[in-house]
Design a protein. Structure first.
Length: 97
């Protein structure tokens, strides 16, 4: 049955499973844009996001997925944003190199 759901649009899409779906929340931190893109995996929400910044006229992106999973979407979004902020604070533009 799940094959039919995916075939006719009822199941999750590849974009959702890889975290490239529409961001659930975005924040700016130190000139970087952090987008929370958690996705459903095995009945829970997987921590996932994108850190982006325009560098020399080129949009650079760093996608991240963490092992953390949560029952609620709000918790996954909050932790995804916190992980993105942590990446910016620890690595800054080096994460694009």
């Amino acid at each position: 049955m799940s094959f039919l759901k995916k075939l006719f649009g009822g199941g999750s899409s590849e974009a959702t499973e890889t975290g490239s779906a529409k961001p659930a929340k975005q924040v700016e931190h130190k000139g970087f844009l952090i987008s929370a893109t958690p996705y459903k995996a095995e009945g829970q929400y997987q921590t996932c996001g994108v850190v982006s910044k325009e560098v020399d006229g080129v949009l650079k992106e760093h996608r991240f997925i963490r092992a953390d999973r949560f029952a609620g979407l709000d918790d996954a979004v909050d932790i995804s944003i916190k992980k993105g902020i942590q990446l910016v604070d620890e690595q800054g533009e080096r994460m694009f190199g």
